[in-house]
Design a protein around this ligand. Structure first.
Ligand code: BGC
Length: 758
């Protein structure tokens, strides 16, 4: 909501009454509370460009090409460091990092340090909840805590770049990598993207506890066709700009120093050979002056994409599109000399790529402080400190979503005995989720241990097993497979007062290369629920998973469901906090949970159709074999142990000038139950526009804590950046007319009001 920056022109859209204001650079996804727009572009270290000029003058072509090379830890050699390789990723041994850095700085001709990088996605050693889980907090302080600690731990071992945040918006629960992002909404995704960048980089990422972020995967990697990993995507300009680009833009405005181009193709053009996204939008329109690295062998994969005949073609396509650095494959380094001779690339472009990489290295302070403090880096007390564990436990608690709680099944009574049952009940490994950094299973607290710590009268029976297989071993029933024998579990349930069923996915079933066609609870877990239910004992289901699951049967059979995602190192403690009511759950879903796989893609901010869904009639947009069009659980949905009520939605005015702003206020009260959190959500809808507008779009949210009986007023401000949208020519337009406003506690229902944009 920072509003537009450059007012270009008012233009006619060919409809007499519609005059659109075209705003380039309008945020389209600004953040409540604001961010430091463009922080990364304000050169914090004057003189860097001159130093780069000096270096560039001295560099041979070979030395320039070495800078563009990004090697994996298993590829880098002493000779590579001596030759002046640009970057190395996945190497986390501080002793070896120092060894290679000493060679680069002391033995390479121009003494240029190496940039070491790592995938710190949701923590380095102190593993936080998976990002989809964190997004459920609707609280930017959660990713802030994650990235503050993650950056410090990562920087401690000598790494100055993280391949994070992953900001790929997705409508694809079949896609395993939905776990890594913030879900289906561009606004929520933008707030979280900015928060992560600001926390990891700070005001100056040369600080010893900071790192430069790489925003990925540019762009629209979250929408692979059929949800199948690495698959292609095809979309309109407006869809790209209104849904998929805003989180990237927010990250760049927050100062993100680097970007990773994606494996997938958009409309036939792979991410790392995409001039429109890399150069036209990112570098020119958004004025990004850092560098773009390719994803893993993505330059080489241009050949298999069918847009390059050989490595030279691939190098040419990638460089000319705007890719500055090649990960793992070596096509640019190997072919640039010939490509230059053939006038297929220019020295100007190579110099630009080198300049961008050196700029980031200077900003990272690597020329001044290239070495890691080995004593600190190998000191165990530098990692997973008590304070960090406490922060992680709080973050995990805030990220859990109470999906169902019939008859007050939760919270549990801590004075009564508990049987923890299920494949994930005494598990440490899976609690860390996919992309666990350098997290260690032994750091994680299992559900059983967490519950036992708060109620010693607790037993555990697994009921069925969990395996951790990787493809090509196709074992869809990794969790609770055919070997399940429930007799012992049923017996344990019978002797306990209450049962906690710990169910879900293995961590290998989520993340990269983990697409699934069936997103029901894997294996015989539903049968386990049914067996426990048959005992008549009170029970609750706690879920650990990286993606939305189809939970219709679970919902029909369990009185209470807590979505815990993969909660990180303090998993069991955080689960126990919520189950026993020490923490009142307040998370909301950042993504829709479909009833059936066949509904995918299903997301709250869809466009209307000419025949909106009506399950009671035939010729409308519905499925013949599903009596509803709704998801099982909607975006923004989540329960609490308290009851909250919204009232008195009011606007500051009836009209908003296109360059002005308007505020919406609503009262929220905790009307029953203990102290708790509610996420007040503000949506808008533009009922008549030059292109169909989503039925609702989130444009503000605030998570607030209310004592029993307490009431607060929450105010949101809207401006052109909120009510406008991108059209199919890539222009940000603000059209006059009615805007409907919804204040609610999920994407469904709530209070409404309207104003007019003039
Ligand atoms: C992933 C990236 C990751 C890279 C380096 C790739 O397979 O797509 O997200 O940053 O590997 O680990």
């Amino acid at each position: 909501m920072r509003g537009a920056k450059n007012l270009l022109a008012a233009i006619a859209l060919g409809m007499a009454a519609l005059i659109a204001l075209v705003l380039t650079g309008a945020t389209g996804a600004a953040v409540q509370g604001g961010t430091k727009a463009g922080a990364g572009r304000l050169d914090p270290k004057p003189g860097i460009e001159k130093k780069i000029d000096e270096l560039l003058k001295q560099m041979t072509l070979d030395e320039k090409l070495q800078q563009l090379q990004l090697d994996a830890d298993w590829e880098i050699t002493d000779d590579g460091a001596r030759a002046g390789v640009g970057s190395v990723f996945s190497l986390t041994d501080p002793v070896r990092i120092n060894h290679l850095q000493h060679i680069a700085v002391e033995q390479s001709r121009l003494h240029i340090p190496i940039l070491f990088a790592f995938d710190t996605i949701h923590g380095y050693r102190t593993v936080f909840p998976t990002p989809l889980g964190e997004a459920s907090s609707f609280d930017p302080s959660v990713p802030t805590a994650d990235d503050t600690i993650g950056a410090r731990e990562t920087a401690t071992v000598g790494i100055k770049q993280i391949y994070s945040p992953m900001v790929d918006l997705s409508h694809e629960p079949r896609w395993g990598r939905i776990a890594e992002g913030a879900g289906e909404d561009p606004y929520l995704g933008s707030v979280f993207a900015a928060a992560r960048v600001e926390a990891a980089q700070g005001a100056d990422y040369s600080a010893l506890d900071k790192v430069v972020t790489s925003v990925k995967h540019f762009a629209a990697y979250g929408q692979p066709e059929g949800g199948r990993e690495y698959n292609t995507t095809d979309m309109s300009e407006q869809r790209l700009r209104n849904f998929y680009l805003p989180p990237f833009k927010a990250a760049i405005e927050a100062g993100a120093g680097t970007v990773m181009c994606s494996f997938n193709a958009i409309s036939g053009v792979p991410g790392c050979a995409n001039h429109e996204t890399e150069t036209d939008i990112l570098k020119k329109e958004w004025k990004f002056d850092g560098f773009i690295e390719s994803d893993y062998t993505a330059v080489d994969e241009l050949i298999r994409h069918g847009i390059a005949g050989n490595g030279a073609d691939a190098a040419e396509a990638a460089l000319n599109a705007g890719t500055d650095s090649e990960m793992v494959s070596t096509n640019i380094r190997d072919n640039a000399q010939q490509l230059l001779a053939d006038h297929r690339i220019t020295m100007g472009r190579i110099d630009d790529a080198v300049r961008r990489i050196l700029r980031v290295k200077f900003r990272a302070g690597l020329f001044d402080q290239p070495y890691v403090d080995q004593a600190k880096a190998t000191d165990p007390t530098s990692f997973v400190t008590a304070a960090d564990r406490a922060a992680e436990r709080a973050a995990a608690g805030k990220s859990m979503v109470l999906l169902k709680n019939d008859g007050g099944a939760l919270p549990l009574d801590p004075t009564k005995s508990v049987a923890v049952i299920g494949p994930l009940g005494n598990d440490q490994h899976d609690m860390l989720g996919p992309w666990w950094g350098r997290g260690r299973d032994e750091d994680a607290v299992s559900v059983y241990d967490g519950i036992k710590a708060q109620n010693p009268d607790t037993t555990f029976v697994q009921g069925c097993t969990i395996a951790h297989t990787e493809p090509p071993d196709n074992t869809p029933n990794d969790v609770c497979g055919a070997d399940a024998g429930f007799a012992e579990a049923v017996a344990a349930a019978r002797t306990a007062d209450q049962v906690v069923l710990a169910l879900g996915e293995s961590r290998e079933q989520s993340g990269e290369a983990a697409s699934r066609i069936d997103i029901d609870l894997p294996g015989l877990q539903q049968e386990l629920i049914d067996a426990i239910k048959a005992t008549g004992k009170p029970f609750v289901v706690v879920l650990f998973n990286g993606r939305p699951l189809t939970l219709g049967k679970v919902d029909a059979s369990a009185p209470a469901i807590l979505e815990a995602w993969f909660p990180g190192v303090q998993a069991g403690n955080a689960v126990a906090d919520v189950l026993f009511g020490k923490v009142n759950p307040g998370g909301k879903l950042p993504v829709s949970f479909p009833q059936q796989v066949g509904q995918i893609p299903i997301y709250y901010n869809h466009e209307p159709t000419g025949r909106p869904c009506n399950p009671a009639a035939k010729y409308n947009s519905r499925y013949r074999d599903l009596p509803t069009c709704a998801p099982l659980y909607s975006f923004g949905y989540g329960l609490s142990y308290s009851t909250f009520e919204l009232s008195n939605l009011r606007l500051s005015a009836q009209t908003m000038p296109r360059r002005g702003r308007i505020s919406a206020s609503v009262d929220v009260a905790n009307t029953a139950g203990p102290k708790g959190d509610e996420v007040v959500q503000l949506y808008i809808h533009d009922p008549v526009a030059s292109i169909s507008q989503p039925v609702r779009r989130l444009r503000g949210f605030q998570r607030i804590t209310l004592d029993p009986g307490a009431k607060k007023t929450v105010t949101f401000t809207l401006d052109a950046g909120d009510v406008g949208f991108y059209d199919n020519r890539g222009r940000f337009v603000v059209e006059p007319g009615q805007i409907d406003v919804f204040a609610s506690t999920s994407s469904v229902g709530g209070l409404t009001a309207s104003f007019t944009v003039r």
